[in-house]
Design a protein around this ligand. Structure first.
Ligand code: MEV
Length: 443
């Protein structure tokens, strides 16, 4: 190991000291790196302090495009949806799908459940019969012992819903779990649930220690860990679109509504059959989902891991969306487990998340679930529509061309000319460079 590239106490350095150290040890003293990173510091120191407070060892900010998709109609209400995403075509695709469904009744959503899950994992050597017998008393003790922690949430209509003892001793000696269901109202609830679970751990130890029916040699409960589960299949929302087949209209390449509907349904079915396709199919859904999740200050890693676990619930990774053609109707829907919040966490602390929520009319968590899921469905619809008609490269390459032109410092005139020139040609870095470098012929 090169010791000059290691350090203790890095976190204690000021931001400038951190940059100096990085410059010396990783950029051969080149000041350009620090200068570039400093360009992205927020001009308002107080705002920069807020951003720095979200993470550790921050040396700069990482800008991402913040776009909006207009024309979303969800449950009869119009939305302008904020999206944070670095991939081209995603916002354009969401907007196009929103417009397509705007004139066909829009998106409908239905909350199927809002329960979150938390787990206390522990080992108890005194036997499952005794533990099962004591569990009703344990449950009362845990609920009572956490009343001060749950009070505010109970006042808002939430709190601990159910507690269940699960015996895993057949898979791991002495291992049990208390699985709790929680209602966390408009908050995502991670801190609430984790605080309760950690308290449960202390309370369980005390209960067992002091209970007469537990013999002295079994009194030492070992708490393994206390943490929420990001798998929330009971925090679930359905978003759907539907119309008569003929209302779908005509598509690129002269594809009529009937052929489109059949091809579309087959494309969705393929994503139910084949995990390789399902992964890409669901990735397209999360292009939409994650971008709204990020824009509203929610945790996209939690939401993705939950969605992918749910997509595998039948033992094979499958599409999260479904399509049905019945009685002359085209119906396309998605069931998504989605634990989001509109209060707490970053939602009000991050100025951009706050604006996003304002843009959406300060929705409740349930309403936000519906918006995010509709954007995921819109994204999936747009991707499949392109795939089964023109292919996606046509749209992608247009955006790609613009990115290459920016990268090559093309003038506005060169950009317009390149757009025209590449209409019927393949876009690549070398082709664009050759186009820009070709001699200009004055007529
Ligand atoms: C690209 O980011 C997403 C797609 O690949 C999704 C899909 O294939 O369904 C276009």
């Amino acid at each position: 190991m090169n010791s000059s590239k290691t350090i203790s106490g890095f976190s204690k350095l000021t931001k400038s000291e951190k940059l100096d150290w990085i410059e010396q040890h990783f950029f051969d003293g080149d000041v350009k790196m620090s200068e570039t990173l400093k360009q992205y510091w927020h001009y308002d120191n107080a705002m920069q302090d807020v951003l720095d407070g979200f993470s550790e060892n921050t040396i700069s900010n990482f800008p991402m495009p913040y776009g909006v998709a207009p024309n979303f109609m969800i449950n009869g209400k119009h939305y302008l949806v904020p999206m944070v995403i670095e991939e081209s075509s995603v916002v354009a695709a969401a907007s196009a799908a929103a417009k397509f469904w705007l004139s066909r009744g829009g998106f409908k959503t239905e909350v199927i459940g809002t329960k979150k899950i938390g787990q206390l994992h522990f080992k108890f050597t005194g036997g499952n019969l005794l533990l099962k017998k004591l569990f009703p008393q344990i449950e009362i003790y845990l609920r009572k012992g956490t009343e001060s922690l749950t009070k505010n949430m109970r006042n808002r209509g939430g709190g601990i819903e159910s507690l269940q003892l699960i015996d895993f001793t057949s898979e791991e000696e002495y291992y049990y779990q208390i699985r709790g269901e929680f209602e966390t109202c408009d908050s995502m609830g991670a801190n609430f649930i984790n605080s309760i679970l950690e308290k449960f751990g202390e309370l369980l130890k005390t209960f067992i220690l002091n209970h007469d029916e537990v013999a002295a040699e079994y009194k030492d409960v070992q708490i393994i860990m206390a943490i929420l589960s990001n798998y929330t299949p009971d925090c679930m929302i359905r978003a759907s679109v539907s119309c008569k087949i003929e209302e779908l209209g005509m598509f690129a390449g002269g594809i009529d509504a009937k052929e489109f509907a059949d091809k579309f349904a087959t494309a969705v079915k393929i994503a139910h059959i084949d995990p390789y396709r399902a992964t890409t199919h669901n990735k397209g859904i999360y292009n939409g989902v994650d971008s709204v999740v990020l824009a509203t200050g929610n945790d996209f890693r939690a939401i993705e891991s939950c969605g992918h676990a749910y997509a595998s619930k039948d033992g094979r990774y499958k599409s999260l969306s479904s399509c049905e053609i019945k009685d002359g109707k085209f119906k396309f829907w998605i069931d998504l487990p989605l634990a989001v919040g509109t209060v707490g966490g970053l939602t009000k602390l991050h100025p951009m998340a706050k604006i996003s929520l304002q843009m959406l009319g300060n929705p409740s968590a349930e309403e936000l679930m519906g918006i995010i899921t509709s954007v995921g469905l819109a994204q999936n619809f747009a991707a499949l529509r392109s795939l089964i008609t023109t292919g996606i490269q046509q749209g992608h390459m247009k955006m790609h061309l613009q990115n290459i032109l920016i990268h090559m410092d093309a003038t506005p005139e060169q950009k317009v000319n390149a757009d025209k020139y590449f209409e019927d040609k393949t876009v690549s870095f070398s082709a664009v460079r050759a186009f820009l470098e070709r001699p200009v012929v004055n007529s």
